[in-house]
Design a protein around this ligand. Sequence first.
Ligand code: NAD
Length: 466
Amino acid sequence: MTTDNLNNKATSEQEIIEIVAKQHDYFKSGATKSYQSRSDNLQKLKAALIKYETEMHVALKQDLGKPEFESYLSETGFTLHDLSTTLSKLKSWMKPKWRMTALLTQPGSSRIYYSPLGVNLIIAPYNYPVMLTFAPLIAAMAAGNTAVIKTSEMTPACSAIIRKIISETFAPEYIAYIQGEVNETTILLQQKFEHIFFTGSPRVGSIVMSAAAKNLTPVTLELGGKSPCIVHDDAKLDIAVNRIVSSKFLNAAQTCVAPDYVLVHKSLKETFLNKIKARIIKVYGKDASTSPDFARIVSDNHFQRICGLIDQKKVIVGGQSNAATRYIAPTVMRDVTLADKVMSDEIFGPVLPVLEYETLDEVYNIVDQLPHHPLACYLFSESKAVQQEIINTIQSGGACINNCIFHAGNHHLPFGGVGESGMGAYHGFDGFECFSHKKGVLKSASWMDNPLTYAPYGNKINLLRK
Ligand code: NAD
């Protein structure tokens, strides 16, 4: 079996079957379970990530035109921070957690034990190839699992460096990299895993879930959706504009939690539009194609798809594009309605539609009419009552008040979708839990025997009713 995978040849079906079988054997050997082995392996990964940080930045530039700052902020730096947090907390995460013991089961004690799931399949998307491969991998390793990794064919330079890191650092019976495209993923999905962790589109998420159902394999699905950003009439507008521009146009808006569209209160609309236009020009210059701080679209197909969403009659800033470099300018469209093409699906590109509203009921109505439960919801408002109402009313995976996307950067919060934007959550302890089975264990005392549930029952039923 070819296990170094360092050529560009797709991993064959036979190799995939052998890798998965070897991982099952390796997991059963118990080698991944102790605190020491988890910690040692995470340290090895940390050393490799530090060693190859520059190469990862170069690859991210090549595949997505990512500025180095963004690569560090949202890919390598994020991953290393996640890894350091995991290493520092792992011992306490692994400790069994005490729970109350119900009267019927007294005398005794109750605890949750975290046991690893087994062999995991991790499928990553193209937009944050480093972070969205390694963040779930770190959680899987911390929880004592083995893992098979499949990255996106759309980011070949990143895939090559990820493959190199994994192949150089780990034996394939522990962590394996699968080289390939949809065909290889399809073969992978036919294998028996104990858990599949998928990050990507709702369309492919549904394919993954159907395949997993055949083996009754549990899935975590980290998907997308149209995340609204509400700018209420009492918002601090300059703060809102700064934060919306930086979070929307990060990675040329190829971010699952990017604010997809803005709902601005009618009373602020014109000021908001003027300010956002001025801000974009200030940050990226009059011609953003010359800015060192603005990324490119990953593929020709996505470039064409995003260009097709722009209605030039509604553009107030941006609208330019260059197919040769897959550049699409940071673009804002005004007076957008639900009938516009840009509102039909997740945009996943640097086009920001702005819609107006007068009452919060209009906001709820608009969000309800869109196809997916949003992955995130953002609100700019100083009113505690409005903040609470939005949190209670709009069903979204996560949310930020007076900010966008940064809830995903806080390792202490669970990150995941709801409804069509996904199922399950990870990051920090929630990641450890995501890749663990929570085994509920009752330990009964043997210094006495409680005869309450033993026959003959007589009228013991009355004791139970008390
Ligand atoms: P995608 O669904 O096209 O691809 C994701 C992965 O699935 C890739 O590795 C790809 O090779 C594989 N794949 C593609 N078609 C397949 C098929 N038919 N069968 C099996 N596997 C297949 O997603 P993408 O375009 O790479 O990423 C963008 C999407 O991912 C957006 O919808 C975005 O919102 C979502 N996303 C979600 C999160 C999150 O954390 N919730 C993060 C990043 C991206």
